[in-house]
Design a protein around this ligand. Structure first.
Ligand code: PXG
Length: 465
């Protein structure tokens, strides 16, 4: 058995990876031929690969490293906890201090009466929990017919059978028999892409009213919950018109439907407040958290429910739980992450200093000939690529062709920026400095120039008819 280390040549590592490692959301044979990128270390907002190249990580990993890479305090918290109590479960009427402390901290950080946490190890697990939790809640209230959950097309809620069914990703539903029964999808509040000539606020309201229409169609007695990301992340950083969420809230309240805010991306400072629900004015009964909870240093997530939901649920034996629900090392690392975010005022400083600066700089990308719109909310941003700015046209080529070209040009220019179809998205660590934002936007502009040239060369700057 050979020892595989950081010091191996990249080609060797790539060969081994292609031989034995199946990657998420990847065409394995294509990647095997091309050779995978091997990331070896990271510090602050910078990643280093096995050839020694540095990249500005404008995605904070996968929307999660809010605190930035390389915080030793988190490594020390993990080591301390591993020495003291590396594992114990929270089943069978037991608990441990890290789970108690983290649940208490989350109760105090979240708004309103969201005071009770059911732990998971990921956003997918937490959203699976939410399906069972919402239905069990209504069963306990004697309304077992309330089972349906309404979500949106192009939503992302995870990759397990339950959470991917909640999600509205057509490509995911096309594989493996999804969605599971009793999950319904309405249209998304994506004015730029789907609003045509309508007024954005009217459009936002109309898209929200689809929820009411769907409830009427199914019967309110059959609907358990609505789930939505305050701002759709993996769907392309789609910031809804201001009219959208207040209308969704009204509809959920009037029809006695639980409102689940999926805060997996929007939570922990991403949108300028601790939670996206605060930024967008949502009062959820249940919140899904993960990612920024530990800044990705440990896998942990959870469902945070309000007093009333917890009270009803506490009246039954909820037959649900994971081996790693409230894992002590993950909880200890999350606690240390939250301590630093609070004590160093990272959320506040991003909201008042660097996020407004990002908004100003990012907006300049809208002047690029390839860009139809450039938007931000806190430390989330996106741009729409277009062959024709004035009409907000889509490309004639298959959706994602231009986005992929742009993403590769970003990598080639030492910038990690993800593409979602033909939108480019960013979600940098909250600790990014103004100088690093300058670098990010300069590199993005150069990558856009190169992508534009490549699209022209390939004859792809054509609008869909
Ligand atoms: N909800 C939301 C809103 C998410 O963004 C999940 C749930 C699922 O979390 P886990 O921890 O199970 O992955 C997510 C995850 C992408 C990408 O390419 C986005 C996510 C995950 C992987 C890739 O944008 N979001």
């Amino acid at each position: 058995m050979s020892l595989i280390t950081n010091h191996m040549p990249t080609a060797e590592l790539q060969k081994l990876d292609a031989a034995h490692h199946l990657h998420p959301f990847t065409h394995g044979h294509d990647l095997g031929k091309k050779g995978v990128r091997v990331i070896t270390r990271a510090k602050g907002v910078t990643l280093t690969d096995s050839d020694g190249n540095d990249y500005l990580d404008a995605m904070a990993g996968l929307w999660c490293v809010n605190i930035g890479y390389g915080r030793e305090e988190l490594a020390e918290a993990a080591a301390r906890q591993m020495k003291e109590l590396p594992y114990y479960n929270t089943f069978f009427q037991t608990t441990h201090v890290p789970a108690i402390a983290l649940a208490e901290r989350l109760a105090s950080l979240t708004p309103h009466d969201l005071n009770h946490v059911f732990f998971a190890s990921s956003g997918s697990e937490a959203n699976d929990t939410n399906i069972r939790l919402a239905r069990t809640y209504w069963e306990a209230k004697g309304k077992a017919s309330k089972r349906a959950i309404i979500s949106r097309k192009n939503a992302y809620h995870g990759s397990s059978m339950g959470s991917a069914s909640l999600g509205g990703m057509a490509a995911m539903h096309a594989q493996g028999g999804m969605p599971i029964p009793d999950i319904h999808h309405i249209d998304q509040p994506y004015w730029y892409g789907e609003g045509g000539d309508s007024d954005p606020q009217d459009f936002g309201k109309a898209r929200a009213r689809q929820l009411e229409e769907k409830i009427m169609e199914l019967g309110a007695d059959n609907v358990a919950a609505f789930i939505g990301e305050p701002i759709q992340g993996a769907g392309g950083v789609i910031i809804p018109p201001d009219s959208y969420w207040p209308e969704i809230q009204r509809i959920c309240d009037e029809h006695d439907i639980l409102l689940i805010a999926d805060e997996v991306i929007c939570g922990f400072g991403r949108t300028g407040n601790w939670f996206g629900s605060e930024t967008l004015g949502i009062r959820p009964h249940i919140m899904t958290v993960a990612k920024g909870l530990s800044s990705g240093y440990q896998p942990i997530g959870g469902s945070i429910v309000n007093d009333e939901v917890a009270d009803v649920l506490s009246g039954v034996d909820f037959s649900h739980g994971y081996t790693y629900s409230g894992h002590p090392v993950a909880c200890a690392v999350a606690l240390e992450n939250l301590r630093i975010l609070q004590e160093e005022e990272i959320v506040t400083r991003a909201a008042t200093g660097t996020a407004p600066y990002l908004a100003e700089k990012w907006a300049t990308l809208a002047e690029h000939p390839l860009v139809g719109e450039a938007v931000t909310c806190g430390m989330l941003g996106s741009i729409a690529l277009t062959p024709h700015k004035a009409s907000r046209a889509q490309f004639a080529a298959e959706t994602g062709t231009a986005g992929l070209i742009c993403r590769e040009q970003c990598f080639g220019n030492n910038l990690v920026m993800r593409h979602v179809g033909d939108r480019m998205v960013i979600s940098p660590p909250l600790v990014i400095t103004k100088a690093e934002i300058d670098t990010l936007v300069e590199r993005a502009w150069t990558a856009l120039d190169r992508a534009h040239a490549e699209l022209n060369d390939k004859g792809l700057m054509k609008a869909a008819s």
